[in-house]
Design a protein around this ligand. Structure first.
Ligand SMILES: [Fe+2]
Length: 336
């Protein structure tokens, strides 16, 4: 039994990924949501400019009165997570007829009802992040390297993996799905993954190493505030165990293991390779396109996620990350 396994919830009788529809279109809440946002942020409150609220609980209280359909859905999602799901797909929110910024405002309100939202990027404190292929920052330059700004495959990872307190949850609302056959999202339940690894001696050894050894992960400059990084620009944490159950970001780990080869031995590289090989060889708990007007909500402390590449440049998701209500740790928490 490893540190990671001992803290994992038992999922043997619970579906990792739960899908359901939503009978009540959230668009019907929007006028009253907009009125609340205008009161709190000042009119006009554009969805793309909404920042982390100064008073999470106060805004949540106002929205709870103004947006009954969103409240009902948030409560159902909370219950489903409490029952052991690590990912929830709601196939239709009833926002498809709205323009994109109205969709941002509706999803912002829903996320505030779910928890304490965090900023998407430390520079501007904005909460709603547009996930789409943004091309190149300038003519002749390479495309953006972050998963959320290009059209390439995003390997299995957890979000904010190099933050002290990675966000507990994130949501991806699909404003426009990819229709090219790509852009499929995949999820692995980290608790199931640990059980599988525990079944072989090689897997058990790998989990033990990654639960004990503090691996170096390079922290991007913009995210080093709040004590996320040591003086050398790296954070040192075990990848498995405790809260979160998993931190996982292969490219950052790869870089760290090369740059700090004097500090970590070959057994760490081997352990990481065992886990990664197992992860990509197993069937995913979820592997599908998030349908247009659907949302995927993920427990980022338990599930690993990724997506394959796509060529349909219309693909457009909205991402919002959040902590459990009352546990905002924005200063330390946002990255990746
Ligand atoms: Fe991600």
């Amino acid at each position: 039994m490893t540190a990671g396994l001992s803290t994992a919830r038992d999922t043997s009788s619970v579906a990792s990924i739960v899908e359901f529809g939503n009978a009540e279109p959230l668009a019907a809440d929007l006028d009253r949501i907009d009125a609340v946002l205008a009161e709190v942020y000042g009119p006009p409150a554009a969805g793309e400019d909404l920042t982390v609220p100064e008073d999470h609980a106060g805004l949540r209280e106002r929205l709870a009165v103004a947006a009954p359909r969103s409240v009902a859905l948030a409560e159902r999602v909370h219950r489903t997570f409490a029952d052991g799901a690590c990912g929830i797909v709601v196939r239709k929110l009833g926002l498809a007829q709205l323009e994109i910024d109205a969709q941002r405002r509706a999803m912002f309100a829903f996320a505030v009802l779910m928890g304490d939202v965090t900023f998407a990027h430390p520079v501007d404190d904005k909460v709603v992040w547009d996930v789409m292929d943004k091309g190149a920052p300038q003519t002749g330059a390479p495309k953006y390297s972050s998963f959320s700004e290009n059209d390439r495959e995003a390997e299995y990872h957890t979000d904010a993996s190099f933050a002290i307190n990675p966000d507990r949850y994130f949501l991806l609302y699909s404003a426009q799905q990819a229709d090219c056959g790509g852009g499929q999202t995949f999820l692995a339940d980290g608790r199931v993954l640990l059980r599988e690894l525990d079944a072989t001696s090689e897997g058990r050894d790998a989990v033990r190493v990654l639960s004990e050894v503090k691996l170096p992960m390079r922290v991007p400059k913009a995210f080093r505030r709040g004590g996320n990084a040591e003086d050398d620009g790296y954070m040192y944490r075990p990848l498995i165990g405790g809260e979160p159950l998993w931190r996982f970001r292969k490219d950052k780990v790869d870089k760290g293991l090369v740059a700090k080869s004097d500090k970590v031995g070959a057994e760490v590289r081997d352990a990481f390779d065992v886990v990664y090989r197992h992860l990509v060889a197993r069937p995913d708990e979820y592997h599908a396109v998030i349908p247009t007007d659907g949302v995927l909500i993920v427990d980022n402390h338990v599930a690993l996620h990724g997506r394959n590449g796509f060529t349909d440049s219309r693909r457009h998701l909205l991402r919002i990350r959040f902590h459990r209500a009352g546990t905002d740790q924005t200063v330390e928490a946002d990255a990746g």
